[in-house]
Design a protein around this ligand. Structure first.
Ligand code: HSE
Length: 594
């Protein structure tokens, strides 16, 4: 996610490797995207190295053998690498759907060199600067594992070779960690499927790992990690735990089975439907109750796999662990959100209007009842800007935050530039699931004001109600101003801004601005959101898809998964909002704020 604009290098970098055991079918790329997003929203840049889909390499070898009986290994290598190329492209597509800014690179685009036998080669070098340069615009680089560019063409690295790719990337890029994602929760002393006495290890050294992992981790990869002091983590998808392979003493660890959580979803619009789809894709982790909607029959016709109810009490029946609020609006949603916490459920909300109105009250209720309150999706859709603000706020003072934080307005301005009429652009934004039920909320700046109010609380520890933030409406743009701005080659953006003044006040407003093409926000297209966070020594930016089903559902699902991991690691009740987050600014009443 974030890139330090001044230093031009990632704050933290991790390499994640997804093997065939976790890429068994096309749906699994969405799961891998969840895992990647979990890291990017924690402030890491990610290199995702992927294997082919399960069975693909075998079938490519088989078809190659049939078509070219007795053919050269060099040609077979050229063929079988296609499994990884296809897989990297699929991973890129899944990330794009989720709104995670990413770039897919082939080995020749990274100058990834290899030498040795065509089907058992080793990697010898990588143009690290060329790879890292992509992090200026992407949070994730996807690379196919298993092969590199030999002198006479592509060569593969032997079975399990994607582990080797991941370890070498970690070494050459100076990553903070490399995590190999497998279908087991770590390395065991023996095969746990065959030996019930097998013990899961928290850590072990390289030599022991080569002995006991029995191909779970490629031996060549372990050897290279030892040579270069690369610490390998072996973990299951979504797990808080990993086995560390390093220069360490062997240490056993517990086996943790994720608790299956009951989840109630309130609302089945663009966001609610996306969240339900993610929950249904994880039946081992989540059990979904009846979904609260206004008209159950209408929704049942479109989603026969779900149960629906129009009765809030029925939706909350069965004592759900987590309640997801994706209804929108401030009438029923407002009181239900408080009821949910009072009755002892964790609350994950995508409802920025409710969160902005009741932020303090909801946090108080969560604290009083020992429950989690999460609302990452309320600001920025899939852009983890609140997490970034929290991260930066813990490191020093934040001076200002400005952002394009309404995807609908951004989309509409883009359409208007292409000559589409305002009314048509609004209908299209509604059809695409970007706009609010009442799109004037988007156009008048009220949606951005809700988000800005939440940002202000996180950045400055100050409460400023949305109705105290002055907003300029898109509807107030005169035809004359539109024409003049177009003639000057400028682009319209709705920009929301908050800053601390020299005398310690917080000022905030939402404006329609005409920006030059070189401005960091000018390149945001469609439903894009972008943010600039200024600190005394540097400015940090983050951007991505700010509205729509999949990016927003990604953020909601990440909150849900965080709660599940918290059950496992005993970390429940850690509030995402610090008690006095930034005590440097005294808490002030909204009346004092301009
Ligand atoms: N209507 C909102 C927008 C949805 O367009 O940004 C995401 O909060």
């Amino acid at each position: 996610m974030p890139l330090d604009l001044d230093a031009r290098k990632p704050l933290k970098l991790c390499v994640l490797k997804f093997g065939s055991s976790v890429l068994q079918k096309p749906d699994d790329y969405a799961r891998a995207a969840h895992e990647i997003y979990r890291h990017t929203r924690n402030g890491e840049k990610v290199v995702a190295v992927v294997s082919a889909l399960e069975g693909e390499t075998d079938s490519l070898f088989a078809v190659g053998g049939d078509v070219g009986e007795g053919c050269s290994d060099a040609l077979l290598a050229r063929l079988v690498r296609c499994g990884e190329l296809k897989s990297a492209a699929l991973m890129g597509l899944a990330l794009q759907r989720s709104g995670v800014p990413s770039a897919v690179l082939d080995p020749h685009e990274m100058d990834l060199q290899a030498e040795g036998e065509a089907l058992d080669a080793n990697l010898t070098g990588l143009d690290a600067d060329r790879v890292l340069a992509h992090f200026e615009s992407a949070d994730v680089i996807v690379a196919p594992g298993f092969f590199g560019e030999g002198v006479e063409g592509p060569v593969t690295l032997g079975r399990g070779g994607t582990d080797l790719t991941a370890v070498e990337f970690s070494h050459w890029l100076g990553a903070d960690r490399v995590r190999l994602i497998k279908d087991v929760d770590g390395v065991y002393t023996d095969d746990p499927a065959k030996n019930p006495e097998a013990v899961r290890l928290d850590q072990l050294d390289y030599d022991e790992a080569a002995k006991v992992s029995r191909g779970l981790v490629q031996e060549k990869a372990i050897f290279r990690a030892k040579q270069n002091n690369v610490v390998i983590e072996v973990a299951a998808l979504g797990s808080p735990f990993a086995t560390r392979i390093a220069a360490v003493e062997k240490q056993a660890g517990p086996v943790e089975t994720p608790k299956r959580l009951r989840v109630a979803v309130l609302g089945h619009g663009a966001v609610g439907a996306g969240v339900c789809s993610h929950l249904l894709a994880h039946p081992g982790r989540f059990e979904l109750g009846p979904v609260l909607v206004r008209d159950p029959d209408q929704h049942a016709a479109n989603a026969p796999e779900l149960r629906f109810t129009s009765d809030p009490a029925e939706a909350l029946e069965g004592n759900p662990d987590i309640v997801v609020e994706a209804m929108g609006g401030t009438d029923i949603a407002r009181s239900l959100s408080q009821t949910v916490l009072r009755e002892g459920h964790h609350l994950v909300s995508a409802n920025k209007a409710v969160v902005a109105l009741d932020l303090e009250r909801l946090h108080d209720l969560a604290r009083q009842h020992g429950r989690e309150l999460k609302y990452s999706a309320a600001v920025g859709g899939g852009v983890p800007v609140l997490e970034l603000i929290d991260l930066l706020g813990a490191q020093g003072s934040i001076l200002s935050v400005e952002g394009v934080m309404n995807g609908t307005c951004n989309f509409i301005f883009g359409q208007m530039q292409k000559g589409v009429r305002l009314a048509e652009a609004v209908s299209e934004a509604q059809r695409l699931g970007f706009a609010e039920a009442d799109p004037s909320t988007d156009l008048d700046g009220l949606d951005a004001a809700d988000k800005l109010s939440i940002i202000i609380r996180h950045a400055f520890g100050v409460t400023l109600a949305p109705d105290q933030i002055a907003c300029e409406s898109l509807n107030d743009l005169s035809a004359q101003r539109i024409k003049a701005v177009q003639e000057q080659g400028l682009v319209f953006k709705q920009v929301a801004r908050c800053e601390v003044t020299a005398d310690g006040r917080v000022e905030a407003r939402v404006d329609i601005e005409a920006l030059p093409p070189e401005h960091p926000f000018a390149g945001l297209v469609n439903e894009g959101n972008g943010f600039l966070i200024r600190m005394p020594q540097r400015t940090v930016s983050v951007q991505g898809k700010g509205a729509g089903r999949w990016p927003t559902a990604e953020a909601v699902f990440a909150d849900i998964m965080d709660i599940q991991r918290a059950y496992l690691s005993g970390d429940l009740h850690a509030s995402p909002l610090q008690e006095t987050p930034l005590s440097r600014i005294p808490r002030m009443s909204s009346g004092q704020v301009a």
